[in-house]
Design a protein around this ligand. Structure first.
Ligand code: ZN
Length: 274
C-alpha cells in the first residue's frame, strides 16, 4: 500500500480532502482508511496497516463494513440525495465493529453545492467515530465553508520525471481491460498481455500504481455487485488476493516477468491460485 504524507500521521481529524491525480489519491486514501481501522494501529511503529488483523483482512476482501465508498448515482455528480442516503443516515449509527466509520468520497469536486451544504452539519458536529476522506482532482468547486472544516492534503507535488512517459490514464485503461476481459482470453492472448506490462518494469512506483488500479478495478466490481444486491463471486476476492500478492513479490524485488505472468495466468483461471 502507498506511503502516506506526514500530515496524515498526526491526531486523527474528522475530515480530509486529498487533492491529486486519480491513482495517487485512491492509493493513499485507501491505505489511510485501512490504517485508521487497523487493529494493530496503536502498537505499530510504522504508519502502515498491519495487513494481518481482522479489519485489514476484511478490507482486503473489499467488503469492510465500516469503510464506505460513496459515489454519485447521477451523471451530474454527487447530489444531495446521495449524501443524505449514503452518508448522513449512516453516520447516525455506531460503527458495525471497528474504530472508525470512514466515508471515502472520490470525485468530491463533483459534489453539488446542495450536497456540500447537506454535509456541513455532519462535519461540523462530527460523531467521534466519523471520518471523511474526500478525494478530488481539484478543490475549485468546493465551498469555502466545506474546505475550512477539512484538513487539506495536496498529493504528488514533487516532480516525478521517471514516470512521465507512463500516464495514469493508460495504466487505468490497462487495469480495467484486464479486470473485465482476462477470463475470456486464451493462453496466447494472456501471454501477449504481458508485453503491455513490460513498460512498467523499470519503475517500481509505476508498477505499484498499476497494480493498485487493478486491485481497485476488481474491488469496484465487488462493491457494485454488493450495492445492486447481486451475488459476489468468491473468485473476485481471489483475484484481489492475487494482485496484492504480486505487488508484494515485486516490492521485494521478485522477478518481474515471472510475477506478472503468473498473476495473469491466475487471474485468467488457467493456473490454480495456491
Ligand atoms: Zn491491521
Amino acid at each position: 500500500m502507498a506511503e502516506f504524507p506526514v500530515i496524515l500521521r498526526g491526531t486523527v481529524s474528522h475530515a480530509y480532502i486529498l487533492v491529486g491525480g486519480f491513482s495517487d489519491r485512491l492509493a493513499i486514501g485507501y491505505a489511510f482508511a485501512k490504517w485508521l481501522n487497523c487493529q494493530a494501529k496503536d502498537t505499530c511503529l510504522t504508519n502502515q496497516a498491519c495487513g494481518l488483523c481482522l479489519s485489514c483482512r476484511v478490507f482486503e476482501s473489499g467488503n469492510h463494513p465500516d469503510i464506505f465508498n460513496v459515489t454519485g448515482t447521477k451523471a451530474t455528480g454527487i447530489g444531495v440525495d446521495d449524501v443524505r442516503d449514503r452518508i448522513v443516515s449512516q453516520m447516525a449509527t455506531q460503527p458495525f465493529k471497528y474504530k472508525y466509520k470512514i466515508f471515502i468520497v472520490d470525485k468530491a469536486e463533483t459534489l453539488t453545492p446542495a450536497a456540500q451544504n447537506a454535509l456541513l452539519k455532519t462535519i461540523e458536529e462530527p460523531a467521534p467515530y466519523g471520518v471523511f476522506l474526500f478525494l478530488a482532482a481539484h478543490a475549485h468547486t468546493l465551498l469555502p465553508t466545506l474546505l475550512s472544516r477539512c484538513v487539506m492534503v495536496k498529493l504528488g507535488e514533487k516532480a516525478n520525471t521517471s514516470d512521465s512517459n507512463l500516464p495514469d490514464k493508460e495504466a487505468q485503461a490497462l487495469a480495467d481491460e484486464v479486470a473485465l476481459t482476462i477470463k475470456e482470453m486464451d493462453v496466447l492472448e494472456v501471454m501477449a498481455l504481458y508485453r503491455r506490462f513490460e513498460p512498467y518494469k523499470e519503475s517500481r512506483e509505476s508498477i505499484a500504481n498499476l497494480l493498485d488500479m487493478l486491485y481497485l478495478s476488481f474491488a469496484r466490481r465487488i462493491t457494485q455487485a454488493v450495492a445492486k444486491g447481486e451475488e459476489v463471486h468468491h473468485i473476485w476476492y481471489d483475484n484481489i488476493a492475487v494482485v496484492q500478492h504480486t505487488k508484494q513479490v515485486l516490492s521485494q524485488n521478485g522477478n518481474f516477468q515471472l510475477a506478472i505472468e503468473l498473476m495473469l495466468l491466475k487471474l485468467s483461471g488457467m493456473k490454480e491460485n495456491t
